[in-house]
Design a protein around this ligand. Structure first.
Ligand SMILES: O=C(O)CCC(=O)C(=O)O
Ligand SMILES: [Fe+2]
Length: 292
C-alpha cells in the first residue's frame, strides 16, 4: 500500500492501483468544458439546497443534491468513460458459469449507477465518520466488493476545505479492525479530477477548517447490476424525466436488465427488458439480448 495517492488515466493502471491501495486518482476526468457545464448546472441548485440536519453522518454544514443526471449532462462522459466503466467491470462483473440443464453458460452481470450526489462541504463542517460504502450491502471483508465510488471534484479539493479523507490499503482489512483518523490522508485534487475508491476502502468527508472555501464534489456510485440501488432512481426520476436522458445513461440508471433475467418487466405476457416502459423500444424478445 501507498501512503500517497497514485494517479491513473487508463483502466489498466487504475485496476492495478486499486488492487493495491483501494483508491486511485484520475486527473482531468472532466474536460474544461464539461466542468463548466456541471458548475453552471449545479452551483445555482446548490445555493438553493438547504444544509443537512443529520449531525452524525450527513452533516449540518453540508449540502447534498441527488438525481444528478436529471440536473446536468456534464457528467455523462465521465460516467461512460472507459476508465470508470472498465475498472468497474473488472471488480464488479466477473463472469460466472451456470448450468441450464446440460448447457454450461458463462453469464456476466451488467453495471448500474446506484447513487448520485453533489456534496458540498461548507466552512465549519466537522469530519464525517470513516466508513465503507459497501456497508449498505453487508459486504464481508476482506473479499470482493459490490460497489465503486467515483468522487469528481467540482471545486478544488484541499486538506483545508474538507477533501475526502481515505485510508489506502483498508479495503484489505477485516470487519473487526477500527479505522483511525490518524491513518487517513486527504484526497487532494484539482477541479475536474476524480478519485475512485473500492466499496471496502475506509473514507469520509473531511473537516472544512477554511473560512471561505466551499468544497464541492459529485459522487457517482457504481454497483453490480443485480443489487438494489442506494438512490432509488425508479422513484426519484419520473418516466418523463428519464426519457429526457440519453439512452446509455438510462441503462446505467437501471433501465436495462442484468443477465440472467434480473429486473424484467412484464410485456405481452413475456419477461421483457425494462427499456419497454420508456416506450422507445419494442420489448418482445429483448431480455435475451439484454446485455448485447
Ligand atoms: O463528501 C465526501 O468527501 C465523502 C462523502 C461520503 O463518503 C458519503 O457520503 O458516503
Ligand atoms: Fe462514503
Amino acid at each position: 500500500m501507498n501512503a500517497q495517492l497514485s494517479d491513473a488515466s487508463t483502466a489498466a493502471e487504475a485496476i492495478e492501483i486499486l488492487e493495491r491501495d483501494g483508491i486511485v486518482r484520475i486527473p482531468d476526468v472532466l474536460t474544461a468544458e464539461q466542468l463548466d457545464t456541471v458548475s453552471n448546472d449545479l452551483f445555482p441548485l446548490m445555493r438553493a439546497t438547504p444544509d443537512g440536519t443529520d449531525e452524525y453522518f450527513a452533516g449540518t454544514k453540508t449540502r447534498r443534491l441527488a438525481r444528478l443526471f436529471k440536473h446536468t449532462r456534464g457528467l455523462d462522459a465521465a460516467a461512460l468513460s472507459p476508465v470508470f466503466q472498465e475498472t468497474a467491470q473488472h471488480f464488479l462483473c466477473p463472469p460466472k458459469g451456470m448450468w441450464y440443464g446440460q448447457d454450461r453458460v458463462d453469464e456476466t452481470p451488467t453495471l448500474q449507477i446506484g447513487a448520485t450526489q453533489c456534496i458540498q462541504i461548507h466552512p465549519g463542517q466537522g469530519r464525517q465518520p470513516l466508513h465503507r460504502d459497501d456497508s449498505i450491502f453487508y459486504t464481508v471483508h476482506p473479499g470482493k466488493t459490490d460497489a465503486i465510488g467515483m468522487m469528481i471534484a467540482i471545486s478544488d479539493f484541499t486538506e483545508e476545505n474538507g477533501a475526502t479523507r481515505v485510508i489506502p490499503g483498508s479495503h484489505l482489512w477485516d470487519d473487526e479492525r477500527m479505522p483511525q483518523v490518524s491513518e487517513t490522508i486527504p484526497a487532494e485534487m484539482s477541479a475536474g479530477s476524480a478519485v475512485m475508491w473500492l466499496g471496502g476502502t475506509y473514507h469520509g468527508g473531511g473537516q472544512n477548517v477554511s473560512t471561505d472555501s466551499i468544497r464541492t464534489g459529485a459522487i457517482l456510485g457504481i454497483f453490480r447490476g443485480y443489487l438494489r440501488q442506494e438512490e432509488n432512481h425508479y422513484l426519484s426520476l419520473s418516466l418523463d424525466e428519464i426519457k429526457q436522458i440519453p439512452q446509455p445513461i438510462q441503462e446505467l440508471l437501471g433501465y436495462k436488465a442484468s443477465n440472467p433475467y434480473m429486473g424484467w418487466v412484464e410485456y405481452n405476457g413475456e419477461m421483457a427488458d425494462p427499456r419497454v416502459v420508456l416506450g422507445d423500444v419494442d420489448g418482445a424478445g429483448l431480455l435475451a439480448g439484454a446485455n448485447a
